[in-house]
Ligand binder design. Structure first.
Ligand code: SAM
Length: 293
């Protein structure tokens, strides 16, 4: 390879991606091939074929999802809110350009419309072409693609959606605004009277400040909120959090019913994911944690 793409290093002829976005932790993935590379107006987009995780989506050098474990995150960010809502018809997904969440959402017969609001068209194009295990090469006519800023789109909606899924990248760059109180307020307006939202809310191990801040901010906008977890191997620390904000009481976990075939989600998993380890419950109940500088 004459020119190494950004974020890729070669060591004795072997290609490596090193996630270099943390001060004290660097994670490297051995790469077979670069399947896609493009610098969009929003970020550097790559699909890399890795030895251990297969094709993986990498944005600004950070692994977003992989063919080997992407289903865990996509099943958990989608099936929890869609089984809690009694009759999900209109679904909004903000971010989610790999199409994995949308692929799970269209498995519900009640769903009539999925608006996928992804700021970067290159992510959808790359994921459909090179990551069919994640995107499912989504072609369901119920999915409408909007290549605009989710912050701006949410401001234009009122009383439309039953479920909103904020499937964002980390709170940097274009995704930073997706963690702000004003955005959560616009989601509240965009939801119908019995609607609920869920967002990926980062790592309880490495991003305690963001987890706590997101939990607090959602609680300031929504009358009901719950946090749940799943283990995503390619995310820093493995354990990952998701936070729900709901206009209606969130049913007790034992009332969750789920019978769709899935590789990670099951009725038992969807009930137990709300059981939090003591360190995480203490984080949520305790004082605010200072955010990294
Ligand atoms: N599903 C992946 C996962 O497993 O975590 C990551 C989510 S997806 C790749 C994150 C997407 O959010 C990216 O494609 C990014 O372009 C998009 N995004 C970031 N900021 C956005 C914004 N303000 N509006 C809409 N999409 C945004």
């Amino acid at each position: 390879m004459e020119r190494l793409p950004k974020y890729i290093q070669s060591s004795q002829g072997t290609l490596w991606l090193t996630e270099d976005d943390r001060d004290n932790l660097k994670i490297s993935y051995r790469i077979k091939d670069v399947l896609f590379e493009e610098t969009s107006p929003y970020q550097h987009v790559m699909i890399l074929d890795s030895f251990d995780f297969g094709p993986m989506l990498v944005l600004d050098g950070v692994v977003q999802t992989t063919s080997k474990d992407g289903y865990i995150y996509n099943e958990m960010i989608t099936h929890v809110p869609l089984t809690i809502h009694p009759q999900p018809r209109n679904v909004l997904i903000i971010g989610g350009g790999d199409c994995g969440a949308a692929k799970e959402a269209v498995r519900y017969d009640t769903v009539e419309r999925v608006d996928l609001v992804e700021i970067d068209e290159a992510v959808v194009r790359a994921s459909k072409r090179h990551m069919p295990e994640v995107s499912g090469n989504l072609s369901d006519p119920r999915v409408n693609y909007h290549y605009i800023d989710g912050v701006e789109f949410a401001k234009t909606q009122s009383g439309v959606y039953d479920v909103i899924i904020v499937d964002s990248s980390d709170p940097v760059g274009p995704a930073q605004q997706l963690f702000e109180p004003e955005f959560y307020r616009s989601l509240h307006r965009a939801l119908r009277e019995d609607g609920l939202m869920v967002c990926q809310s980062q790592s309880p191990i490495f991003h305690g400040g963001i987890v706590k801040q997101t939990y607090r901010r959602i609680g300031q906008t929504f009358p009901y909120r719950r946090l749940y977890t799943a283990v995503v191997p390619t995310y820093p620390g493995g354990l990952w959090s998701f936070t729900i904000g709901s206009k209606r009481p969130i049913p007790a976990p034992e009332r969750i019913r789920f019978d769709k075939p899935a590789r990670y989600a099951s009725e038992d998993i969807l009930r137990r994911c709300f059981s939090l380890p003591a360190f995480l419950q203490d984080l949520l109940d305790g004082e605010d944690v200072p955010l990294p500088k």
